[in-house]
Design a protein around this ligand. Structure first.
Ligand code: ARG
Ligand code: ZN
Length: 895
């Protein structure tokens, strides 16, 4: 059944207060739910229909009296309710089975501890309720449990009472003064320990911060705590938003469907985004912890204080909060170069994953029009494209204007459940003179239209008039249900360079005359064809367009190799400098892929990259001015997934071969530079996960990998030996895992003993074992043995399909990050995929539905891949016990 945005109706009833009492037992938890309910006078008179799922209903009382009720398609329906304007008391008593809850939605048990996950629709698995985000209530929660087994009892808000009960039990009572929707409810009960910190905020308020983990993990919580403190300070400085709670808690669980959850005052996190120390976590883990802690904390205002009216508005909180966490990470990174590195990483994710989503069967607008299962819409479109939409508003109104807009948004809507329109309106209204305000209706097409705009730029120099004209056309391809598209509002940051790479001053001609000279201009497209002319341009310039990736579009411009080389060397915008190299590499790789004849693959040293391109990269590697992290990105070829994205017909094997060949060429041609880089970045100082040091480790790792790759060809033993040594002696997980990865990915025989040793060392560290599985699942498919390896690992004593992190680290790493092993000519990879989707479907529909998406792009596959993929999809579709999560994905893929 389909839910449609246009069918939104306000709730028929309000629930003003909720008093919940839990008797926590893993096999049977009893929940007494006392609500104060009243009719919504704005809605037509009708029965009260409460959501409920997987509950055993024992009793319903209205104003203390037994009441009659019906159960209709999972809804609890109450008619003939008291007609008192003041409302009535509704008391519902149910039980549920947390230890049977493998879906990890609602109340579940993880390693003996109770946790909840209620977003989007998990609260209905705890009690009957109006489980929709526009019904906001004040919660009081009493938890009762065995004291020895569950010494810590937590819920949202403030602890108001606690004490002993008979039979070794105890209780705690929590009160959350803020009205909130049910999806923000949380409880935790178990054996946990906390790192604590008292802080005094800028406005003088005192707060208690706590990070709860299992005993033994405490020494891995320092970074999460520091990240939380930094997040609080950042939101105060950047947006004037203060922590509104006396107590702010983060709790980690190792069984979690997603990254983390922003429950009011009680954030629940996947351990992956809390636990970090140098022995077990990589630089990437450290930076992910910082960004996810920030993300969930920032939700306290953007999501919790102002929430979503309905789930179609999900990007209202997610797009905005991702924008905020991206800005936070950039501000934390410090230098301009480090900011650019973060931007490039974010754009890389957007372009490989979100652009693919926008071009496939699950394409949907940032504000979708319909869904079957809302959990399927926690997507890169809602999150990352949504963040880009917010970023474009920021670009159009400027930093100060954006802050004014956010303030107006809170002035107008604090405490409300609102829509994406409300947000855009507030930003525009606070900046009435801005292009955003002028073009607001067109701008909002970013919310309603799916698909990535393609922008075509043509530059023309008029020597006589000394002008340079840039002409832009834009086009969005049809997406499912949206055949026709309107032009989008696209801010394009543009600069011009001379043929020798000197920055030029831009003098834009407009109807009013010539605008003051500037080194950069933001041109705003809003029509399908538009031209902009710059005055006083004596010779043909090189344009640098879409600087900083100022809009989520695909830019087509026919720059020659010379122009790309100039930008690669001289562009003052680091993003476009990187992009010039990527464009150039992409062109070369696609040409080689297209020229594919079978004999070329067999050639021992195929040449994909011309000397000129390699020289340009050599300069980058030798440039002492450049940050290592930036050099590392410059030296990374476009991924196989990104290259596949550029093609209409995809042969994953061919793409893999060409990219591998190019990679080997870089290894060989730049060998002296790789050695120099390795020597130059041998840090001996204490481990610090800051952006600078992380960048140096990343570049050194790339050098080591390249040298091991080369050794695999030459038979040289020195570099693999160094890699093994580093693997053994490394003082931190980043260096250790990088060295191991170099051996595994170069296919060196030392990889086997190293993997065995790694497992021995870390057999009690779940998050490190995830890395161990992940590395092997993403290892090159030597001799087509990749699938077999994964199947073997599925039988490993440490593998557990029920644990989402473990399932992702083995299965998803294979299907989503190892294209050459997954896309086999015999289709066995797809059969394995189907088996796992079916197996997971019975355990955890949300995780299964994520895996189901691995074949989204099957129609673009070349034969024989395509018909094998279709057969696998059809086999899943034919299952009779398919969850609606998986069914929606598979049906859309097969349309
Ligand atoms: N709101 C959470 C976050 O972005 C994620 C919740 C995901 N929920 C889900 N059902 N997939 O921080
Ligand atoms: Zn979020």
């Amino acid at each position: 059944s389909v839910v449609r945005r246009q069918d939104y109706l306000p709730p028929a009833f309000w629930i003003d207060t909720v008093d919940l009492c839990f008797d926590l037992e893993p096999a049977k938890t009893r929940v007494l739910n006392k609500m104060r309910v009243r009719r919504n006078p704005a809605a037509p008179e009708q029965p009260l229909r409460l959501h409920g799922e997987a509950l055993n209903l024992a009793r319903v009382l209205v104003n203390g009296q037994g009441a009659s009720f019906k159960l209709e398609d999972g809804l609890l329906v109450l008619s003939n309710l008291p007609d008192d304007e003041a409302g009535f008391d509704l008391e519902i008593f149910t039980t549920c089975q947390p230890d049977k809850n493998t879906l990890l939605s609602g109340l579940f048990v993880s390693q003996g501890t109770f946790f909840t996950q209620c977003e989007a629709e998990g609260f209905r698995r705890i009690t009957y309720f109006l489980d929709r985000p526009d019904v906001m209530s004040v919660y009081t929660v009493t938890l009762r449990a065995d004291k020895a087994a569950y010494p810590v009892l937590l819920s949202n808000g403030n602890l108001v009472e606690q004490g002993e009960l008979e039979g070794g039990r105890h209780y705690a009572k929590w009160h959350d003064p803020f009205r909130k929707p049910s999806y923000l409810f949380a409880l935790v009960a178990g054996q946990l320990v906390a790192r604590e910190q008292h802080i005094k905020a800028r406005n003088g308020c005192e707060h208690l911060l706590q990070v709860y983990v299992r005993p033994g993990d405490l020494e891995k919580t320092e970074h999460a705590m520091q990240s939380l403190i930094a997040s609080i300070a950042w939101d105060e400085t950047r947006f004037g938003l203060h922590l509104d709670l006396e107590r702010f808690m983060i709790v980690a669980t190792s069984d979690f469907n997603m990254g983390a959850m922003e429950n009011k005052g009680l954030n629940i996190f996947n351990t992956k985004y809390v636990l970090a120390n140098q022995a077990t976590a990589t630089d990437t883990d450290f930076s992910n912890v910082e960004s996810v802690v920030g993300h969930e904390y920032f939700h306290n205002w953007t999501g919790n204080r102002i929430t979503c009216r309905d789930w179609f508005q999900l990007s209202l909180k997610e797009g905005l909060t991702v924008f905020r966490d991206q800005e936070f990470s950039m501000d934390m990174a410090g230098s301009d170069s480090a900011r650019a590195v973060k931007r490039i990483e974010d754009v890389r994710l957007l372009r490989t994953v979100q652009f693919a989503e926008d071009a496939g069967p699950m394409a949907h607008p940032v504000r979708p029009d319909s869904y079957q299962e809302i959990n399927n819409f926690y997507t890169v479109t809602i999150y990352e494209k949504g963040a880009e939409v917010v970023r474009m508003m920021h670009t159009l109104v400027g930093e100060a204007g954006f802050r004014k807009g956010v303030s107006l948004y809170f002035e107008r809507h604090d405490g409300q459940a609102v829509t994406c329109d409300d947000f855009a309106q507030a930003i525009a209204d606070a900046n009435p003179e801005s292009e955003l305000a002028r073009l607001l209706p067109q701008f909002k097409r970013w919310y309603s239209q799916a698909g990535t705009p393609h922008v075509y730029a043509v530059g023309q120099h008029d020597a006589a008039a000394q002008t340079y004209t840039l002409t832009f056309t834009q086009k969005i391809k049809p997406t499912p249900g949206q055949p026709d598209k309107q032009p989008a509002v696209i801010p394009l940051r543009v600069a011009l360079f001379s043929a020798s790479g000197q920055p030029l001053q831009l003098q834009l001609q407009s109807a009013e005359g010539i605008e003051p000279a500037a080194s950069e201009h933001t041109l705003v497209l809003h029509d399908s064809l538009q031209a902009f002319t710059f005055a006083n341009v004596p010779e043909a310039p090189i344009p640098s367009i879409l600087r900083g990736f100022s809009a989520p579009v695909v830019l087509h411009q026919n720059l020659g190799d010379e122009a790309l080389e100039v930008l690669l060397e001289h562009d003052s915008d680091p993003f476009n400098r990187w992009e010039a190299g990527q464009q150039w590499a992409q062109r070369l790789l696609l040409a080689a892929i297209g020229a594919g004849d079978a004999s070329a693959e067999a050639a021992p040293t195929p040449t994909v990259l011309p000397e000129r391109f390699i020289d340009a990269l050599r300069q980058v590697l030798r440039d002492p001015q450049l940050d290592a992290a930036f050099q590392d990105l410059m030296l990374t070829l476009p991924s196989e997934a990104y290259l596949a994205e550029q093609l209409d017909v995809v042969d994953p094997q061919r793409i893999h071969q060409v990219r591998q060949a190019a990679q080997r060429q870089l290894a060989r041609a730049l060998a002296p530079e790789w050695q120099a880089v390795w020597e130059a970045h041998q840090d001996t100082g204490a481990y610090r996960p800051d952006a600078q040091s992380a960048g140096r480790r990343a570049l050194a790792a790339k050098a080591l990998f390249m040298l091991c790759l080369l050794a695999a060809e030459t038979g040289d033993a020195v570099w693999p030996g160094k890699a093994y040594q580093r693997f053994k002696d490394a003082g931190n997980m980043t260096d250790r895992l990088n060295a191991l990865t170099a051996l595994v990915h170069a296919g060196h025989p030392l990889a086997e003993p190293a993997l065995t040793r790694f497992h021995q060392l870390f057999k009690n560290e779940a998050l490190v074992l995830d890395k161990w599985f992940q590395l092997q699942a993403s290892a090159p498919d030597a001799g087509g043995r990749g699938l077999h390896k994964v199947q073997q690992l599925m039988q490993h004593a440490d593998f557990n399909l029920k644990n989402p992190n473990r399932a992702r680290s083995l299965i998803f790493a294979f299907t989503n990050a190892n294209p050459a092993a997954f896309h086999r000519e015999d289709g066995a990879g797809y059969q394995f995929w189907a088996d796992q989707v079916i197996a997971l479907n019975a355990i955890n529909a949300q995780v299964a539905a994520r895996l189901a998406r691995a074949l989204d792009a099957w129609r673009k596959l070349d034969e024989p891949f395509r018909h094998h993929a279709e057969a696998a999809l059809r086999r899943v579709a034919a299952q009779d016990k398919l969850s609606k999560d998986v069914r929606e994905i598979i049906e859309k893929a097969l349309v």
